[in-house]
Design a protein around this ligand. Structure first.
Ligand SMILES: NC(=O)c1ccc[n+]([C@@H]2O[C@H](COP(=O)([O-])OP(=O)(O)OC[C@H]3O[C@@H](n4cnc5c(N)ncnc54)[C@H](O)[C@@H]3O)[C@@H](O)[C@H]2O)c1
Length: 436
């Protein structure tokens, strides 16, 4: 395919060279005469393992060239891939001026092009940028319509500098955000021969995935450093701690705990987060990530309260009150906290939780329920139907299997607040997820 690449920095150069090596005809466009000269001389404009040999080869084979002529680059190609920089402004916001310039240039060239053209944004941009800011520029500069005259896609880059070429040929995944199927199909076809799962979704999801990955990586680094700093202060090697922690692929290095849902709770996580935060403070070690975990968790309970109260109803039915399905443990359950807030504000709350009900009558938690949270215990009902009949708002608090059918039966007049993630199994007009 004939492909124009806008921006010959780390991303654009690696992408252009690797696509040229895979047989595509690439013209790179940049504002820097120096970079253009280097590439046309077969020399790499950046330092990257394996790039020198590859660039020399593809330039000699006339599969890659560079130019300042953006108009010809668009007219002579089927696809334009935009890889210009998106730096931070001084207030931390994203500077999209280079992207806007390039989209304007591409749009103006498209005005004079009869053939369909695909525009792909590969620069990292916040969700909403492509559809909200760049598409209007492309349409107004070209006088043409997306989905008819040209296609649009988002294709975030996941390369790591220093292993960028290796990463290009062996990615964990290729993410495609597509305006329409035609755009996605064309984009997917340029990666033929690269053996990795292709994830196709909306443009906004693709934009968000890129930020989620990078912020997750930053979180991992900051977390590892805080564990290391506390460890050092108590005379142990944090690297040994983290090496062993990372061997657990079930809970630690896995998708477990990564799904958006309600606040964490139970007898261990809150207590242990507080204790390690306290230890850090005692040692004089700054732990801004760890010490803000409880704040983050509390804000999630606040969200739950806001969602329930926004329904404007008084009668609330909770299905599940223990911190997760299959347990009667109510210690530090964020659902208890939510119930307490609602009850305290005068909402008429009824609760069904068969495990907690058993505990109230027979179990080891009987004392806790009767003495520590008697106000909550008094709201428990033995019969799920009573809770559903009473409720104008049903809050599904945990993923107990018995609740999935109940939720369907409650459709219609009742508002449903899903703190767990049943929504994808349910069609209900008045439903609200906690963070979806
Ligand atoms: N560097 C990475 O490892 C990496 C990885 C993934 C994603 N990204 C993202 O990819 C994007 C590009 O990053 P980079 O590191 O390659 O940036 P870079 O600064 O190395 O390169 C950007 C290039 O765009 C050129 N440019 C600016 N305005 C232009 C215009 N109007 N027309 C043509 N070219 C123009 C600049 O001259 C420069 O050569 C950013 O959004 C970045 O966040 C970078």
């Amino acid at each position: 395919m004939d492909i124009s690449i806008f921006g010959l920095g780390y991303v654009g150069t690696v992408c252009g060279v690797c696509l040229a090596k895979n047989g595509h005809n690439i013209v790179g466009v940049d504002v820097s005469d120096h970079k253009i000269q280097l590439i046309n001389d077969g020399l790499p404009p950046i330092v990257e393992a394996g790039l020198t040999e590859l660039i020399q080869q593809v330039v000699q084979e006339k599969k890659l060239s560079a130019s300042k002529d953006h108009r010809s680059a668009v007219l002579d190609s089927d696809i334009s891939i935009v890889c210009v920089g998106t730096p931070s402004r001084s207030d931390g916001s994203l500077d999209t001026q280079y992207l806007e310039q390039v989209c304007d240039q591409i749009g103006k060239a498209l005005k004079d092009k009869d053939d369909y053209h695909l525009v792909v944004i590969r620069s990292t941009v916040l969700p909403g940028t492509v559809m909200g800011e760049l598409l209007p520029i492309l349409e107004s500069a070209s006088g043409k319509k997306v989905g008819v005259d040209f296609g649009l896609a988002m294709n975030p880059e996941f390369l790591r500098e220093s292993t960028a070429i290796e990463d290009f040929y062996d990615p964990e995944m290729t993410v495609i955000g597509e305006f329409d199927k035609r755009s996605g199909d064309i984009l997917e076809s340029i990666y033929e021969g690269i053996d990795s799962p292709v994830m196709r979704n909306t443009i906004e999801i693709a934009e968000m995935i890129k930020y989620t990955c990078n912020v997750w990586h930053a979180t991992k680094v900051a977390f590892g450093n805080e564990i290391g700093s506390i460890s050092k202060e108590i005379g142990i090697d944090g690297r040994e701690v983290m090496d062993i922690v990372c061997k657990d692929k079930k809970l630690n290095i896995s998708s477990y705990y990564m799904r958006p849902g309600f606040a964490f709770g139970g007898s261990c996580l809150p207590k242990d987060v507080r204790a390690l935060t306290h230890l850090g403070r005692q040692l004089g070690v700054k732990t801004p990530v760890i010490s803000n975990l409880m704040h983050s968790n509390e804000s999630h309970v606040d969200n739950g309260f806001k969602i329930v109260s926004a329904a404007g109803k008084k009668k609330i039915g909770f299905l599940g009150i223990s911190f997760k399905a299959g347990t009667d443990d109510l210690r530090e359950s964020p659902l208890v906290e939510l119930v307490e807030r609602l009850h305290g504000k005068g909402y008429e709350v009824k609760i069904y939780d068969k495990n907690v009900d058993y505990a109230r009558l027979h179990g080891a938690n009987k004392d806790y329920i009767e003495n520590v949270i008697p106000h909550v215990a008094g709201l428990l009902e033995q019969d799920i139907e009573q809770v559903i009949d009473h409720a104008e708002v049903i809050v599904v608090g945990n993923s107990s299997e018995e609740f999935s059918n109940v939720v369907e039966r409650a459709n219609g007049s009742k508002v449903l607040v899903d703190l767990v993630g049943f929504m994808d199994k349910v069609s209900c007009e008045q439903h609200h997820g906690i963070c979806w």
